[in-house]
Design a protein around this ligand. Sequence first.
Ligand code: FEO
Length: 175
Amino acid sequence: MEISQELVDAINDQINFELYSAFIYLSMGTWLEEQNLGGMAHWMEVQYQEEFAHAMRLYRHITERGARVTLKTIEGPKAEWASAHDVYADAYHHELLVTERIYKIGNIADKLGDRSTQSMLTWFYNEQTEEEANTMGIRDKLKLIGDSIPALLQLDAQLGTRPPAPPIPAESTDP
Ligand code: FEO
């Protein structure tokens, strides 16, 4: 089945949004680094790499379907936050937005009966559940920690152990 231009346009927009997400997390990382929260900065660098891989997964789907990827200007990210809690609260809200956008692409694929795109998106549905849970969990821990510096440093050390992002998939549906 030939992929429709409506779907190609929506996926191209999402490639841009995933790259924007990568920029946001890298920006959060630089801010955290400046606050001497190196573990959280590391966590954000891994997240940056994951977002780049998400963009490439969508990129592969478009090229595998014989269509053309269109790269667009990436919006500049926010650069200042009041606290680590606010950074992760923003990250959680950003992930909710990503999920909403992915679901909208799924709705277009449903409408067009494009099962290939639906199959590719299944990975994203699961990934978004995980991304929301991770950012919400860290935000909630930071709320509990409040002004306790020892607890903040303990969480920072824990987040510094986040393993590197998996390699960029060769195919859009690689696990
Ligand atoms: Fe690519 Fe964090 O969603």
